[in-house]
Design a protein around this ligand. Structure first.
Ligand SMILES: C[S@@+](CC[C@H](N)C(=O)[O-])C[C@H]1O[C@@H](n2cnc3c(N)ncnc32)[C@H](O)[C@@H]1O
Length: 108
């Protein structure tokens, strides 16, 4: 594939969490994530939600919209470590493409 190929995505909804700033989010080894958030799917995609309630968990692909300027290097030291790692060996939000994946359990 031509490495200059770009893909264009458009949002299908908005993810909201109780956190107003990224520093409030539990970080590091053993961090637990029990906060409840919401996902608002835009009305034009509502039909695509048919039968989604049958699943125990959902994979949510989202965008790090506040990742800021990308670093000049793809190596960094995670908050819970004392040595650098390549970005693909971490969960750093500063990625070549700011795409994130989270597994969520819908509220019953
Ligand atoms: C460690 S990453 C892992 C996310 C996901 N599990 C993944 O690896 O794709 C999550 C961190 O990204 C940061 N973050 C959360 N929402 C963000 C946003 N909208 N823009 C930029 N950074 C964000 C927070 O610091 C949070 O602790």
């Amino acid at each position: 594939m031509d490495p200059s190929t770009a893909f264009t995505f458009h949002p299908i909804g908005i993810v909201r969490s109780p956190y107003a700033a990224t520093r409030e989010i539990p970080k590091g080894l053993g961090a637990e994530h029990h906060a409840e958030g919401t996902i608002e799917i835009f009305p034009e995609y509502e039909a695509g939600l048919l039968d989604i309630e049958g699943f125990s968990h959902l994979y949510v692909l989202w965008v790090f919209d506040r990742a800021g300027a990308l670093p000049q290097t793809w190596v960094g030291t995670p908050p819970a470590d004392d040595r650098p790692h390549g970005v693909f060996a971490t969960r750093s939000p500063r990625r070549p493409n700011p795409l994130a994946l989270t597994v969520v359990a819908p509220r019953p």
